[in-house]
Design a protein around this ligand. Structure first.
Ligand code: AMP
Length: 320
C-alpha cells in the first residue's frame, strides 16, 4: 500500500497501463474510516485488480456553519485500518491536501439539478455542487473503471449516478449497503461527536426506519396494498420525537429513483395488492436529524426486500 499526495503522482501510478491495463476501482472518502468505509474497499477489491482509496476532507461540500474544522483527520490510523484488510487492502491511498486539489479558487462547479435540490440538498445549499465537483475531479484524476459509494448517502449515490449518466463518464457507479453499529445506528465518522446520552438518542433514527419497515410489511401481509407514504412519514417522525435530544431536519418518503413524491401505485389497487417482485412499491424513507453536535442521516428502501431484511436484522438487538 502506497500513499500518494499529488495529482501527478497518482496519475502516474494508475495511468501507466492506461484503460487497457488493470481494472481500477476508486473508493472516495473523507477519512476517519470505519467498517462502513472498509466494506466499500472490500467491494472495490472484489470488482477490480487495483483499488485506490482517496482520503480528502473536501471543503467545498461544507456549509459555512458546518463542521469542516472539527471533522476528524487521522490519515495514519486510516492507513493502518486499510492495511489490516490484507488481501483486500488498496494498493494506493490518494491523500492530497487542499492546496493540491484547489490551487486556486475554483469558479467551475458541477451542478446536478432536480435530484440534488431536495432532501439534504434543500437543507445544505451547495453541498451537492461541492460533492459532484470533487468526485468529478477524482474520477478525472484516477480514471477508474468502477467507483464505489455507500447507500448510507442514498441521495449522493443517486446524484452521482445521474451526473455520470448525463456527462457520459466511462465509469460504473456501484452502491453498497449501509453498515450499522451493533445497536442499529448507521456507522458514520460523525458518530464520534456523540457523547453517551446523545449516542443512545441517535438510535431513534434506525428505530423509526425499523417501524416503517414493519408497518409496510404488515400492510402487505394483510393484502391491503402498500403502506401510505404519509403514514410511514408520521410514524418515523413520532419515533424521532420520542427523543428530546433529536432535532429533526427532515423525514421524507419519496420515490427512490426520482427522489420526488411517489406516484400512486402503478396499475391501480389490484396490482398494488398483488405486490411486485421486490415486495411491492418501493419507497425511500430518508431521515436527517441533529443529535448533539452531529448531523446524522439514515434511510431504508421499503419494498426492497434485501434492504428491509438488512435493516431488520441490524436493528433486532435493540428492537422495542
Ligand atoms: P464519507 O467519508 O462520509 O464521505 O463517506 C465515504 C463513503 O463511505 C460514501 O460513499 C459513504 O456513503 C460511505 N459510507 C459512509 N458511512 C457508511 C456506512 N455506514 N455504510 C456504508 N457506506 C458508508
Amino acid at each position: 500500500m502506497e500513499r500518494v499526495t499529488t495529482i501527478a503522482g497518482i496519475r502516474e501510478a494508475v495511468g501507466a497501463a492506461g484503460r487497457d491495463g488493470p481494472r481500477i476501482a476508486l473508493v472516495p472518502t473523507m477519512g476517519a474510516l470505519h467498517e462502513g468505509h472498509l466494506s466499500l474497499v472490500r467491494r472495490g477489491a472484489a470488482l477490480a485488480d487495483l483499488t485506490v482509496v482517496s482520503v480528502f476532507v473536501n471543503p467545498t461540500q461544507f456549509g459555512p456553519d458546518e463542521d469542516l474544522e472539527a471533522y476528524p483527520r487521522e490519515l495514519g490510523d486510516d492507513e493502518r485500518r486499510l492495511a489490516a484488510l490484507g488481501e483486500a487492502a488498496p494498493q494506493l491511498v490518494f491523500a492530497p491536501d487542499v492546496e493540491e486539489m484547489y490551487p486556486r479558487e475554483p469558479v467551475t462547479r458541477v451542478h446536478v439539478g432536480g435530484l440534488a435540490s431536495v432532501l439534504c440538498g434543500a437543507s445544505r445549499p451547495g453541498h451537492f455542487d461541492g460533492v459532484c465537483t470533487v468526485v468529478l475531479k477524482l474520477l478525472h484524476i484516477v480514471d477508474p473503471h468502477v467507483a464505489v459509494f455507500g447507500r448510507k448517502d442514498f441521495q449522493q449515490l443517486a446524484v452521482l449516478r445521474r451526473m455520470a449518466a448525463d456527462l457520459d463518464l466511462p465509469v460504473e457507479i456501484v452502491g453498497a449497503p449501509i453498515v450499522r453499529e451493533e445497536d442499529g445506528v448507521a456507522m458514520s465518522s460523525r458518530n464520534r461527536y456523540l457523547d453517551g446520552d446523545d449516542r443512545v438518542a441517535a438510535r431513534a433514527l434506525s428505530r423509526g426506519l425499523r417501524r416503517a419497515v414493519l408497518t409496510a410489511r404488515e400492510a402487505r401481509g394483510r393484502g391491503s396494498g402498500p403502506a401510505e407514504p404519509g403514514a410511514l412519514r408520521s410514524l418515523v417522525l413520532a419515533t424521532l420525537e420520542e427523543e428530546p435530544a433529536v432535532r429533526v431536519d427532515y423525514v421524507e418518503v419519496v420515490d427512490p429513483d426520482t427522489l420526488q413524491a411517489p406516484d400512486p401505485p402503478r396499475g391501480g389497487e389490484q396490482a398494488a395488492r398483488r405486490g411486485g417482485a421486490g415486495g411491492g412499491r418501493r419507497l425511500l424513507v430518508a431521515v436527517a436529524a441533529h443529535v448533539g453536535a452531529a448531523r446524522l442521516i439514515d434511510n431504508v428502501v421499503v419494498g426492497d426486500t434485501d434492504d428491509e431484511e438488512r435493516l431488520l436484522e441490524a436493528t433486532a438487538a435493540r428492537a422495542t
